[in-house]
Design a protein around this ligand. Structure first.
Ligand code: AHR
Length: 495
């Protein structure tokens, strides 16, 4: 490690950017690999609840601080008939899942998901199938979940054990229909019409639903930009959010991978600019926000392996990426980027929650454990509902700051992305009456490739960090490739 002989970098904390909507700390459960079966649901596991939910996973979900969970896909939803997943389990059909070359047993469906959300204390966010599905099926799902009683669908839900409606507020109008890999892939114009028809019909049931139109599957899509403009021009008066997805991976250039958040900044700013452009040309006053409803580190080069020689199987081990310390630093900086865009992004979902590119890992014979990326997420989720303050970032230093609604507590999230130099930082909190450091934690490992495993589940975990408050400034030294969260008590300015 080089020594930090250079002068400390001063980080300034300035004006409010926006409020961190609690839904920024969402996640995603898809019928993919062992995300559901062997992930959140495993009736035979030692920790299983009476409903068959893994209790150890539920505990970690609560600790992670997840607020909202998107379900049931993902690519899966574009071939899914929600009716297959309700009613007596013994008569639910086994189906091929073409998206993930799997067999879907349908032992877990909409009712189980709603019950799991209640157990986990999270809000459900459902996607309707606009791939091979249709508007009628979407409306029937909506009636099944949200109508109180007195229709056959609502009464069917009651007969299936849920007399009270689930009252799901946020609905995704399909998934990644811009992608040629998607069942039911469409042109932007075709999707725009379908989304508009579906949204209008859903609003006839409940005008206050929060609807999410499909945006781009990633920043490299050829249609990125034109897709958003086309879809939103047709749907701007009918939807509340425009979705977008993005994944990052290390293609061998670790330093470049560590700058992933710069690309996320640009992606979000371009989408926000496109929304603003559509508002201008349509003369709309509608405040459409971004739903970043899939984001993470994912080495999606293994995606093609899914399609390779493999039989259709129940809950195969797919996308079980073991995250490294470097991945955790990147996820921490992506969370900083999400906070810095709190003015335009209102929903974000870490994709995914368990096993398949999950923050939590679960094996049949062992307690579930926290992947490295769990830690920055859990730290930043504590800022739900806080006001995000503008901060300066420079070079390898990436930052974000929030302050609680009563002004009594500030949180700093700091990353040193350098691979060889420590960073001495002074964060100037004099403008918000900083009084004392309450806690400070560091995520650091000398090995960027360090992982958490069933045998060493806490190898990469937050450890106490020395941080002092000197004349309104937090003074701290971050080792190379590290990420920190610091909580500071403040004297709110009541004047
Ligand atoms: O999260 C994994 C997959 O990534 C989702 O199913 C799909 O929407 C995206 O391509």
């Amino acid at each position: 490690m080089k020594s930090s002989s250079s002068a400390p970098v001063t980080i300034r904390v300035g004006a409010p950017i926006g409020v961190a909507d609690p839904r920024l700390f969402g996640s995603f459960v898809e019928h993919l690999g062992r995300g559901v079966y062997g992930g959140i649901y495993e009736p035979g596991h030692g920790s299983a609840t009476p409903e068959g939910f893994r209790g150890d996973v539920l505990d970690l979900v609560r600790e992670l601080g997840v607020t909202v969970v998107r379900y049931p896909g993902g690519n899966f939803v574009s071939g899914y008939d929600w009716r297959d997943g309700i009613g007596p389990r013994a008569s639910r059909p086994r189906r091929l899942d073409l998206a993930w070359k799997s067999i879907e047993t349908n032992q877990f469906g909409t009712d189980e998901f709603a019950a799991w959300c209640r157990a986990a204390g999270v809000e459900p966010m459902l996607a309707v199938n606009l791939g091979l599905g249709d508007v009628k099926s979407a409306l029937e799902l909506l009636e099944y979940t949200n109508h109180p009683h007195g229709t056959s669908l609502a009464d069917e839900r009651a007969a299936n054990g849920a007399p009270e409606p689930y009252d799901v507020r946020v609905w995704c109008l399909g998934n990644e229909l811009d992608g040629p890999w998607q069942l039911g892939h469409r042109s932007a114009q075709e999707y725009a019409e379908l989304a508009a028809t579906t949204a209008s019909a859903m609003r006839m049931f409940d005008p206050d639903l929060e609807l999410v139109a499909v945006g781009s599957s990633n920043a490299d899509m050829e249609t990125f930009g034109t897709w958003e403009a086309t879809v939103l021009t047709r749907t701007i008066e009918l939807v509340d959010y425009l979705s977008c997805h993005i994944y990052f991976y290390d293609d061998g250039d670790l330093a470049a991978f560590l700058r992933s958040a710069d690309a996320l900044d640009q992606f979000l700013e371009r989408i926000a600019a496109t929304i603003e452009h559509v508002r201008t040309v349509t003369r709309s006053t509608r405040d459409v926000k971004i739903s970043l409803d899939e984001w993470n580190v994912w080495n999606y080069r293994d995606y093609d392996d899914i399609k390779a020689e493999r039989e259709f199987e129940v809950a195969p081990r797919l996308l079980e990426q073991t995250y490294t310390h470097a991945d955790a630093v990147v996820v921490g900086t992506l969370l900083q980027s999400i906070l810095r865009h709190a003015d335009s992004v209102s929903i974000a979902a870490l994709a995914q929650l368990v096993n398949a590119i999950g923050a939590i890992r679960a094996e049949p014979d062992a307690p579930a454990w926290r992947q490295t990326i769990f830690h920055p997420f859990a730290a930043v989720a504590r800022s739900a509902g806080h006001t995000v303050l503008a901060t300066t970032s420079a070079g390898d230093i990436s930052t974000a700051a929030t302050v609680s609604p009563d002004g009594a507590e500030a949180r700093l999230y700091l990353a040193n992305r350098s691979l060889d130099s420590p960073a001495a930082l002074e964060i100037d909190l004099s403008g918000i009456g900083a009084e004392t450091v309450i806690s400070a934690h560091l995520l650091h490992d000398d090995d960027p490739g360090a992982t958490n495993t069933v045998d060493a589940p806490d190898r990469v975990a937050p450890r106490p960090l020395d941080a002092e408050l000197v004349r309104g400034r937090v003074v701290v030294l971050l080792p190379p490739l590290s990420w920190a969260d610091i909580t500071v008590a403040c004297r709110p300015n009541r004047g």
